[in-house]
Design a protein around this ligand. Structure first.
Ligand code: SAM
Length: 208
């Protein structure tokens, strides 16, 4: 393993050990500048592209879609969605440093600094789809945040999220989904790092 790889893995491990919103702010403030290189060039994390591709596959009208990217970070989900032809994407994240990198890429209509664990004020709500990668992860955002976001989805809208296994189990997502007004379009577990163990659910729900 070379130095870049070791550093990237250390940063990923530090993020996976986050213990709440204040810790997340501090970890991502330090990680923002090297996040894209570590996560996508070095570690080749796949969950971000996969969930964007799944959302695209199940969106009937890409031209009119209005997307909210929850925990948008540096904008990797939006970059993939734009490549698929999506035009209108808003992003929300709690890290000003991550948002500042996303802003420079000019991918989003609006970027909002907010904590997904708190009630959300989203002026452009409701959305035709909500997408999220890497944010339903230990110490980041769990079932309550998921439920808060769902309130910002219009009827028939799609929710496409990567949910890490420990969060899925701890927050009992099976039961949560059973009790929500949704059809499950996709729910499969897969590895989000090449040659890694299956570690996250790729979840696509349609509001009914
Ligand atoms: C692993 S990164 C994923 C970023 C991007 N979605 C991607 O796929 O590259 C997780 C993101 O979630 C954000 N985050 C963590 N906890 C949050 C919270 N409580 N509310 C909003 N964003 C949060 C972090 O600031 C970070 O940008």
């Amino acid at each position: 393993m070379n130095g870049d790889s070791k550093k990237a893995r250390r940063n990923l491990q530090r993020a996976r050990a986050i213990t709440g919103s204040d810790d997340a702010r501090s970890v991502y403030a330090q990680w923002a500048a090297s996040y894209d290189r570590d996560v996508f060039s070095t570690l080749k994390v796949t969950g971000t592209d996969t969930i964007a591709d799944l959302l695209c596959e199940h969106t009937a009208d890409i031209d009119s879609a209005r997307i909210l990217d929850a925990g948008c970070g540096t904008g990797a989900v939006a970059a993939r969605l734009k490549a698929h032809g999506f035009g209108l994407i808003d992003g929300v994240d709690l890290s000003p440093e991550m948002l500042s990198i996303a802003k420079a890429k000019q991918l989003y209509r609006t970027l909002i600094e907010a904590d997904l664990n708190q009630p959300l004020d989203l002026p452009q709500s409701p959305y035709t789809a909500i997408v999220s990668a890497g944010t339903f992860t230990t110490g980041h955002v769990g079932a309550e945040g998921f439920y808060n976001l769902f309130a910002h989805l219009e009827g028939d809208g799609l929710m496409a999220c990567v949910i890490a296994n420990p969060v899925w189990q701890h927050d009992q997502f099976d039961a949560l989904i059973d009790n929500m007004p949704v059809d499950v379009v996709i729910n499969r577990i897969e590895a989000t790092i090449p040659d890694g163990e299956p570690d996250a659910h790729m979840l696509v729900l349609r509001r009914n």
